[in-house]
Design a protein around this ligand. Sequence first.
Ligand SMILES: Nc1nc(=O)c2c([nH]1)NC[C@@H]1CN(c3ccc(C(=O)N[C@@H](CCC(=O)O)C(=O)O)cc3)C=[N+]21
Ligand SMILES: [Mg+2]
Length: 287
Amino acid sequence: MCADIIDGNTIASKIRAELRIRAQALAAQDIQPGLAVILVGDDPASCIYVRNKAKACKESGIHSEVYNFPGETPQDVVLEHIQTLNANPKIHGILVQLPLPPHFESRRIIAAISVEKDVDGFHPCNVGALVTGHALFYPCTPYGVMMMLKEHSVLIEGQHAVVVGRSNIVGKPMSLMLLENGATVTICTSKTRDLAMYTQTADILVVATGKPCMITADMVKTGATVIDVGINRTATGSLCGDVDFATVKEKAGLITPVPGGVGPMTITMLMSNTIEAAERAIHANAF
Ligand SMILES: Nc1nc(=O)c2c([nH]1)NC[C@@H]1CN(c3ccc(C(=O)N[C@@H](CCC(=O)O)C(=O)O)cc3)C=[N+]21
Ligand SMILES: [Mg+2]
């Protein structure tokens, strides 16, 4: 068996074309969706992501502002800036690039973002809403994964989904979204005892551990859908995922590549959440 590839770039451009139409409809009402991105420090990977986000905004008709604070900025300065953005009617979405420098408490920073502008879906209120099935914003990476599954008509209801990774950004919300769609969900970590025993029974396997090539062909069921959320930079500067793509693609039914898989979808769903926030702001202002 040789897997079909789930092409993140192709699905992302299709969704972005739809988003541009929604942005044009907003423009006709004199509203331009606005996203503020806060970056603290100069981590090279974070800088690349933030640049990609700004570029995607431009392509989708979204106004974007990037605030790059020096790494040693006091937390209170950033908290105050978030308050200013919360009150700015031109800004519909606020994203604070993670990870933050060690002297920051990410929990406090995230909690300071207005719930209506939390396009990452990381605010505790939005996490609670997701848990109870009333999400305001789906976190961008798992949202992108769900769109990829939908685009390829992957059956979710009744299927066994195994998520490897338990982060607040990917693993936990991913598990909840698969559960919401009727999957039987198993959450593992990279340290799960006899991990292969679980992954071998997965109809849908989502891997987000940050451990390069940790999922090998022997760990995957023939015909499974394999989603690789990992982005690891090798010593030579190239990118690789958490899945050993070369061997797993010979056994899986569907598989995402790295790069060109989940990454472009993450940014696209950020654009989608920002446009959604701008559309909601019109209705809120109508009263
Ligand atoms: N508050 C916050 N929200 C995030 O959503 C967030 C974050 N912090 N911190 C970092 C992670 C990572 N992330 C990526 C987005 C796009 C690509 C992406 O476009 N990847 C390209 C390759 C890009 C490259 O060449 O490095 C691809 O996979 O094809 C990757 C990773 C968003 N994150
Ligand atoms: Mg995200």
